[in-house]
Design a protein around this ligand. Structure first.
Ligand code: PMP
Length: 426
């Protein structure tokens, strides 16, 4: 045993004794990260890890533009949105310009959970209904209200009666008419919610279905289902916390791949490259309905420093052409993974768009295989590559590197994955 092992054991004990058990550590052998730079993370022993997991540092870890913007603003002033702030207006104008909303307005929060919580309030207030349709393994955040519409957070996915879930697993069958399937599922869900007396206030979806296992295709498949919800008086809340800000490559927002017109768009994670900033965009009329009742204030949401961070991220995304890089590097990675799929029977199929990729891991009899999925992820971690798991059964490799990920990083990931499949599964 090295002194490094003793140090890690001591950290694990401290964690158990001092930090709530609510948040689990990654990996069988936890890592103490001490530094980040671009696509790399470094542990206490100076070991380097390729970060293909974290959807937050969209520009790369510790990007100097964001650090400078935050530091300079912190030195000058940090107040909340009860004062006029030209920088907030500039940011809002730029961000709203990327969205197809009529008379859209921006509300800044600190987390994606707060944004989704507010979106639910708006949808219920506007529709006068309570029911919500979500995907079967969805995660939309951690507030009490949002947890209720996050089946992945509930024991055995059990949700309250005002929530109906859509199972995406049948979409793995490529001969299925995805648009017709989703439309039928949503029609049934609306009927069920009506029967139960709740009605349908919203379809709340992460348009790349990150927690369900990255169902990115076929583009356009969601459109009929969404029209049906809107026709029934419900709103489409597009949760862009995962797919937004260029990650899917072809479009800046994930919902755009489906040709959708959302009523409310929520966003977060990559928006501040690690600085906690999130928010939603909604039509002015919808927000006015809430203002007439109670209003909404968020002390840190949209503060001067939050806006500085968000502006630096948006500017850098454009200047460094990271969306285009997500598309080209993502396509290369997708095709490399498809090659591995042909070679190794454990890899059943690859799904994804841009630098948001899922790989289904299955057993010899073609069943979801969460155990092998976990072994692959942990073996990769020992080889210095970090990815995660997703899916209703936890059997999907989830790959979401910073958007500055280059083909050589993709090659490294593919090579290490190949080594794991050949050598580490025994
Ligand atoms: N929506 C989606 C799709 C998410 O993945 C997450 C976070 N994993 C959230 C919302 C909640 O965001 P936050 O953790 O910033 O509250």
């Amino acid at each position: 045993r090295s002194s490094g092992d003793d140090h890690l054991d001591s950290l694990i004990r401290q964690r158990r004794d001092l930090v709530g058990p609510t948040s689990m550590l990654f990996y069988d052998q936890p890592i103490e990260m001490v530094e980040g730079q671009g696509v790399w993370l470094f542990d206490g022993d100076g070991k380097r890890y390729l970060d293909a997991y974290n959807n937050v540092p969209v520009l790369g870890h510790c990007h100097p533009r964001v650090i400078d913007a935050v530091a300079q603003q912190m030195v000058r002033l940090n107040v909340h949105t009860r004062y006029l702030d030209e920088a907030l207006h500039r940011y809002a104008e730029q961000l709203l310009g990327t969205l197809p909303l009529d008379s859209g307005r921006l509300v800044m929060t600190c987390t994606g959970s707060e944004a989704n919580d507010l979106a639910l309030r708006l949808a219920r207030l506007h529709s006068g209904k309570q029911g919500v349709i979500v995907s079967a393994a969805a995660y939309h955040g951690n507030t009490a209200a949002v947890t209720e519409v996050s089946p992945s957070s509930m024991k055995q996915g059990q949700v309250p009666d005002f929530v109906v879930c859509i199972d995406l697993e049948p979409l793995n069958d490529e001969s299925l008419d995805a648009a017709a399937y989703l439309d039928t599922q949503v029609a049934n869900a609306i009927e069920l919610l009506d029967e139960r007396g709740f009605g349908c206030a919203a379809l709340l979806i992460d348009t790349i279905f990150s927690s369900d296992g990255v169902y990115a295709d076929p583009a356009g498949a969601l459109a009929p289902a969404v029209r049906r919800v809107q026709h029934a008086g419900g709103l489409l809340i597009a949760d862009e916390v995962q797919p937004g800000f260029g990650r899917t490559g072809s479009e800046f927002w994930g919902f755009a791949r489906h040709g959708l017109m959302p009523d409310i768009v929520t966003f977060g994670k990559p928006m501040g490259n690690g600085y906690p900033v999130a928010g939603l965009a909604a039509p002015e009329a919808l927000l006015a309905e809430l203002s007439a009742q109670t209003g909404y204030f968020n002390t840190f949401g949209g503060s001067s420093v939050a806006v500085a961070a968000a502006q630096a991220v948006l500017d850098t995304l454009v200047e460094e052409e990271l969306q285009a890089n997500a598309l080209s590097t993502g396509n290369e990675l997708l095709s490399g993974l498809r090659g591995l799929c042909d070679e190794f029977p454990q890899l059943a199929r690859v799904r994804g768009a841009g630098l948001f990729i899922g790989v289904d891991i299955v057993s010899a009899d073609n069943q979801p295989d969460p155990l092998t999925c976990s072994r692959i992820i942990n073996a990769l971690r020992h080889r210095g590559v970090l990815i995660g798991a997703a899916g209703l059964y936890g059997n999907v490799l989830k790959i979401r590197p910073p958007l500055c990920f280059k083909p050589e990083h993709g090659h490294l990931l593919l090579e290490q994955l190949r080594q794991v499949l050949i050598n580490d599964l025994g």
